[in-house]
Design a protein around this ligand. Structure first.
Ligand code: FES
Length: 288
């Protein structure tokens, strides 16, 4: 495992990859610029990043194709269908992955561009495998598919590293519990109309702002990648993150526009004797 850790560290520090990543990023940024495209590929309406949901489809199809290939002639037609299905599913999966990668930096960006290159290579091998199968070159078709699967698994390891070690697309507010009892965060007069105010409660930074005549509080750390919402813009009952433009409804923290897909935690607020009190919204008890 130490060997693997060392290899990943080397990859994260391989600055030469930046020269490849930047032109690719320019192209993907332009491709996902339309709000609709970005929201769709980010999983904004889903409430969950889209890419990890879609990856199950090509990986599942191509893994099962390998099993059928190993079983030989009786199941070869099924293997062909699964190779083709994996190719179809890989296209939106790659698009969602590129969308997520666009906003990564430094180490995450370098690992991400290698992850993408491996996936494109696997895609090419499976495309060639399908062509070989159609041409009747079964042995070559199976060999190309197994090579594709090996590359896909290597790439999957890097994808797991990005999510579980580097926290790409993990909500940055996931461990923010906030106070469960009312907590004084300051004087109501200090929160000027139309001006986002940063306060803290129970160790969690909160954005305090007037919305439609009442005070509301949201976690100040953008769930997408940790941007400071108090430095964003407030307009039309929403706050927009200054880093990548995710927009959250002030009333309840729901996501209006991505790239965020997870809502911003929203807090209960009340004013007593000129003081602002906040507490975390009660969460439903888990069903056991
Ligand atoms: S950090 Fe990316 S939109 Fe807020």
């Amino acid at each position: 495992m130490k060997l693997l850790d060392d290899a990943l560290t080397q990859l994260e520090r391989w600055h030469a990859l930046d020269a490849v990543a930047e032109p690719v990023r320019a192209v993907t940024r332009a491709a996902v610029k339309p709000r609709l495209v970005r929201d769709l590929l980010s999983g904004t309406g889903l409430g969950h990043p889209l890419h990890p949901v879609l990856t199950d489809l090509p990986i599942g199809a191509w893994s099962m194709a390998a099993v059928l290939d190993l079983m030989g002639e009786p199941t070869e037609r099924g293997a062909d269908v699964l190779v083709a299905a994996g190719l179809v599913a890989a296209v939106p999966t790659a698009a969602a992955g590129f969308n997520d990668w666009t906003e990564t930096n430094e180490a995450e960006s370098r690992v991400g561009i290698v992850h993408a290159a491996l996936n494109v290579t696997a895609l090419g091998l499976y495309g060639a495998s399908l062509a070989a199968r159609k041409a009747g070159a079964r042995t070559a078709g199976r060999g190309l598919a197994f090579a594709g699967l090996g590359i896909l698994l290597t790439s999957g390891y890097l994808g797991g590293h990005l999510a579980f070690s580097k926290g790409v697309r993990v909500s940055r507010a996931a461990w923010h519990e906030g106070p469960v009892t009312w907590q004084d965060v300051g004087a109501a007069d200090d929160v000027a109309e139309g001006t986002p105010t940063l306060v803290e409660a129970g160790g969690v930074p909160l954005l305090l702002v007037h919305d439609d005549g009442r005070l509301v509080a949201l976690d100040n750390v953008c769930t997408h990648a940790g941007g400071p919402l108090n430095e964003g813009t407030v307009s039309g009952g929403c706050v927009t993150c200054p880093l990548h433009g995710s927009t959250f409804r002030l009333a309840d923290g729901s996501v209006v526009h991505g790239p965020a897909s997870v809502p911003q935690p929203s807090y209960e607020v009340r004013v007593r004797d000129g003081r602002v009190l906040v507490r975390a919204r009660r969460r439903k008890a888990p069903i056991i």
